[in-house]
Design a protein around this ligand. Sequence first.
Ligand SMILES: [Zn+2]
Length: 225
Amino acid sequence: MLIHRCAGCSEPGVDLCRRCRFALVASPPVTTASGIVAATEFAGLGRELVVGLKYRNRRRLADHLAEQLSRRLDPTQIDVITWAPTSRQRTRRRGYDQAELLARALAARWRKPCRRMLYRSHGDAQTGQSRASRLIGPQFAARPLRHPPRILVVDDVVTTGATLHAAEAALLAAGARSVTLAAVAATPDGPPRRNGPRLVRSMPVAPSPCLHLVPSLATMSGDVA
Ligand SMILES: [Zn+2]
């Protein structure tokens, strides 16, 4: 019989033990160079939890990660929550979309609506692609929005920010009033910057000019392999 263990330290009998829960709460938030808020770094405990959720079928970790993400965001600025959908092949293979689980867990916590608003119009899963194609990212489409809501887009890990910025572009094009981007974890190397640290903790900085191009690229169709 499979013994249930803490995803952080392997203590038996729990999804996440008390000590690891405290460690998660104490972990500093991260804001990427392009202004995306992440609950924690994709390293150490944060990495263990995301990997557990994403690759080890530990779906109940979504609630712990959503709880941590909720501390970083202001729900009064959000009308509806959605997620950056994982590719169809991945979702089918895993049996779930981890970004959707996170969005739904956060929505339940805030008692706000959670809706699928984005569709992948082009592009496959990001892992394993070259950095150049990851910077361009997948392309998303969104149906026109009749009542422009303030939308929060949730993802599991932010690396270059291309996926979330593509989602933002699609939602703004569809008529969203505002779009907030958030991930539960940010990779330590983050988006490319010429000077200074590559990742800035809890301090928004000017968007990288290179990532500014991403939304417009993402809305163009048929030109990205
Ligand atoms: Zn633990």
